[in-house]
Design a binder for this molecule. Structure first.
Ligand SMILES: [Zn+2]
Length: 254
């Protein structure tokens, strides 16, 4: 049976308003960038491919950090046989070409949208990261699709046109790796943070009485809410693994 390990590749700082729509843009929060290793001891499946980080001397720090994160789990990039990209935003795809032996799964709709992004996403889709994937074993899929026994792609549009998650069966039950459909638990459990205040006591979250709180970036909120309900039709709420949730660091699921 499979186990899921979120491996932290980098840490980014973003305004709270990126994590949660209409929240305070002056308040900065940290978010880990994860690549997700799914393994049963034999198969090595990876979800997402990290964020680029360069040093002044032009050393590719992000690649070193990705290799370190993987080697901490005894994995070399060339051993990964399946790479799932939840979507093609720059913080999920930077080192995808390192996985030269993997079959790479992306939603057809995401690929199409990345070629001509909506205006607010133009700076977030960087073709140099994903166009070279056409020379690798790229598989563009439409909608839900079985990868192997116990692992299924789940289409979750809303954050982007072709976002997808991964449903994984483990001995500890099913989990859904959600990509940025849910950036953190704030999007899943908005009532817990409704009274979130800064050190001066100023309220940071808007008063929205809604069951899910959308991230600040999206292409279609109706689709996004539909994808929330779809996610919860597959797994219990506490089995959803958000894309940049800090409390998942160092944990293992399954
Ligand atoms: Zn994103």
């Amino acid at each position: 049976m499979f186990k899921i390990k979120p491996l932290k590749q980098a840490e980014v700082k973003v305004p709270l308003g990126i994590v949660a729509m209409l929240a305070d843009m002056r308040y900065i929060v940290s978010g880990p960038v994860y690549v997700w290793l799914i393994s049963d001891g034999e198969k090595k499946i990876l979800v997402d491919a990290g964020i680029k980080e360069s040093e002044k001397n032009s050393k590719d720090l992000g690649e070193l950090k990705l290799r370190d994160a993987l080697s901490g789990a005894n994995v070399k990039p060339e051993e990964v046989e399946t790479l799932i990209l939840t979507h093609l935003h720059f913080d999920h795809v930077a080192y995808a070409t390192l996985f030269e032996n993997a079959r790479i799964f992306i939603q057809r709709e995401e690929w199409r949208s990345a070629m001509d992004p909506p205006p607010h996403y133009r700076g977030i889709y960087l073709p140099e990261f994903y166009l070279p994937l056409e020379d690798l074993d790229l598989c563009l899929v439409r909608g839900d699709r079985k990868i192997c026994e116990g692992i299924d792609l789940v289409s979750l549009p809303g954050h982007t046109k072709g976002s997808q998650g991964l449903l994984v069966k483990t001995n500890g039950g099913d989990y859904l790796i959600a990509g940025d459909q849910f950036y953190s638990y704030i999007n899943l459990f908005p009532k817990r943070v409704r009274e979130f205040r800064d050190p001066e006591g100023i309220k940071l979250m808007p008063d929205l009485n809604i069951p899910f709180h959308p991230p600040g970036f999206h292409v279609d909120l109706s689709d996004w809410f539909e994808s929330c309900f779809k996610a919860l039709s597959l797994v219990k709420k506490d089995r959803v693994l958000p894309g940049h949730e800090p409390s998942l660091e160092g944990r293992e699921f399954g």
